[in-house]
Design a protein around this ligand. Structure first.
Ligand SMILES: [Zn+2]
Length: 91
């Protein structure tokens, strides 16, 4: 990511969480929705989870529901709109 939205938002959410539960300790906040993606370098990019379900019929005729989870990678920060990766300049 090229912006600090994830860090900034996690910090704000953690502050609010702490104020809501002042008698607790070891508060933590992780903003999920990002994935490590290996390209030319290892990058941390926005990722939306896609859940696919289907019913499979076996040769015996028995039906079974199957679930597949995949990640769809975003190109922009969903908070500020900046491109997630540095823009390539064409020569
Ligand atoms: Zn951002």
């Amino acid at each position: 990511m090229q912006c600090d939205c994830q860090t900034e938002i996690e910090k704000k959410l953690l502050e609010r969480f702490k104020s809501e539960y002042p008698n607790s300790k070891k508060h933590e906040c992780d903003l999920s929705g990002y994935a490590m993606v290996l390209g030319k370098t290892l990058e941390y990019l926005p990722a939306m989870t896609i859940i696919l379900r289907h019913t499979v019929t076996a040769k015996s005729g028995a039906e079974r529901e199957k679930k597949i989870e995949q990640k769809m990678i975003g190109n922009y920060c969903m908070f500020c709109g900046q491109p997630a990766k540095p823009q390539q300049t064409e020569v």
